[in-house]
Design a protein around this ligand. Structure first.
Ligand code: GLU
Length: 443
């Protein structure tokens, strides 16, 4: 377990511990995703053949990515692109550069993207990919060459109507600009819609970077109202001060909540009166700044163990760092009444059941952090229509998409008396199954 910080949209779910034993933790993203699917499917009258198909990705592309290092030597990295399901539209999802990237992890994360896009009612399916590499060990030039060669290896499989990658862990808007350029040079035309999360000057959109954190904050606000908490003075702890955590924390702080604790890989800071979230640099602004803030600020203390942030007595806990942090080992100690998942897969299947039994409301990742892919959709719309939206337009549309998805999921929670995760799956699976049913199985 770690208090690590997600420096891009998304966070890591370790896959190397994958096991067939359902009682063994931590689980791989794929194992968790399949168990969640089975768990939710019982609430829906869906053809079992559809559920069976959804347990498997359509394709996983595995490519070798040779890189000439700065010293002239050649190293070969492995890259993947998992394409889970495209019944509702092109595959969509991030590309990560991380040493723990694996085929199973990409498949599990691509399944979550399928559900996420369906919960949000976006015309996309699910994809995810990455390169098994530590980007911190590469120079900028090496990162650029690696990205361009990876784009070339994936060129046949991606495109604005086929599969649209985006930034993820270890990648960012610059990576997307290189990817888009490499693809465009080979296609003989500028194709901004092949990826999202680009810098605005080359077809990116305003508001994309902050979008996952903003959607987490919107969901916290709605959940607080639903469970009769006043947003003013709501106590919140945020694990991970990367893009998702910092943006969520700062918005909630602006809206009157008391963000009493935040953490990064260096540790967790606590102030019962609420932290000044804007004066704590996010991970991309200054890595591991939380410890420095604690040392310099009266009333702000470092927790003995950074992981203690997960068990603080707060109204809302936002795990926004890495996957598999709330496990069977600590779920009984979680004291928050509401958990809003900023990271992908922060709660293991067993922990989820324990929290549900204890009456802790867990609002799942596929709803809470879906602002990222939703604003990616806005970016893609702008690219294919050659139009530019203002930041205000993006924020207004995101707010309305989030409220609509929240209400769809809430209705299932109320109608079926199920958890928020099962309800989000019910909404997503209902849409996917209906699309599969009307399209039919070919041939
Ligand atoms: N990586 C992000 C996620 O997990 C966004 C993907 C995208 O924008 O396509 O939702």
């Amino acid at each position: 377990m770690s208090t690590g910080t997600a420096d891009t949209d998304e966070t890591r779910v370790t896959a190397d511990e994958q096991s067939d034993d359902h009682e063994t933790e931590p689980e791989s993203a794929l194992e968790t995703a399949r168990r969640q699917l089975e768990h939710a499917a019982v609430h829906l009258d869906v053809d079992p053949g559809v559920i069976e198909r959804l347990k498997h990705p359509t394709t996983v592309h595995r490519v070798a990515v040779p890189l000439e290092r700065d010293d002239g030597s050649v190293e070969v990295f492995t890259g993947y692109r998992a394409q889970h399901d495209d019944v509702r539209g092109p595959y969509k999802g991030g590309l990560r550069f991380h040493p723990h990237v694996s085929e199973e992890e990409c498949v599990g994360l691509s399944m979550w993207m399928t559900w996420k896009c369906a919960v949000m009612d976006l015309p996309f399916g699910g994809g995810k990919g990455g390169v098994v590499v530590d980007p911190k060990a590469l120079s900028d030039g090496e990162k650029e060459r690696l990205t361009r060669r990876f784009a070339e290896e994936l060129r046949k499989f991606v495109g604005p109507k086929k599969d649209i990658p985006a930034p993820d862990m270890g990648t960012n808007s610059q990576t997307m600009a290189w990817f888009m350029d490499a693809y465009s040079m080979q296609e003989g035309e500028t194709v901004p819609g092949v990826v999202t999360g680009k810098p605005p000057v080359v077809g990116g959109t305003e508001g994309r970077e902050e979008a996952p954190g903003r959607s987490v904050a919107i969901v916290v606000r709605e959940a607080a109202e639903y469970y009769d908490y006043d947003l003013d003075g709501l106590t919140v702890a945020v694990q991970g001060y990367g893009s998702v955590g910092a943006n969520a924390a700062r918005l909630l702080d602006e809206w009157g909540a008391d963000v009493v604790s935040v953490s990064d890989t260096g540790g967790a800071v606590y102030d019962a009166d609420g932290l000044d979230t804007h004066s704590i640099p996010s991970f991309s602004e200054e890595p591991n700044a939380v410890t420095g803030y604690a040392a310099e600020t009266d009333g702000a203390d470092l927790l003995d163990d950074g992981n203690d942030i997960l068990t603080l007595d707060v109204d809302v806990l936002i795990p926004a760092a890495v996957g598999n942090v709330i496990t069977a080992d600590n779920a009984a100690d979680v004291r928050a009444n509401i958990v809003v998942e900023g990271a992908n897969g922060p709660t293991t299947f067993a922990a989820d059941e324990m929290l549900a039994e204890r009456g802790v409301h867990v609002i799942p990742d596929i709803l809470a952090n879906a602002g990222g892919v939703t604003v990616s959709y806005f970016e893609w719309l702008q690219d294919i229509n050659r139009r530019t939206w203002t930041l205000e337009q993006v924020q207004t549309e995101l707010e309305s998409e989030m409220l609509s998805a929240w209400n769809d999921v809430r209705q299932e929670v109320e109608a079926r008396d199920i958890t928020w995760r099962d309800a989000a799956y019910v909404v997503a699976l209902g849409r996917i199954a209906e699309a599969k049913s009307v399209r039919g199985l070919w041939p």
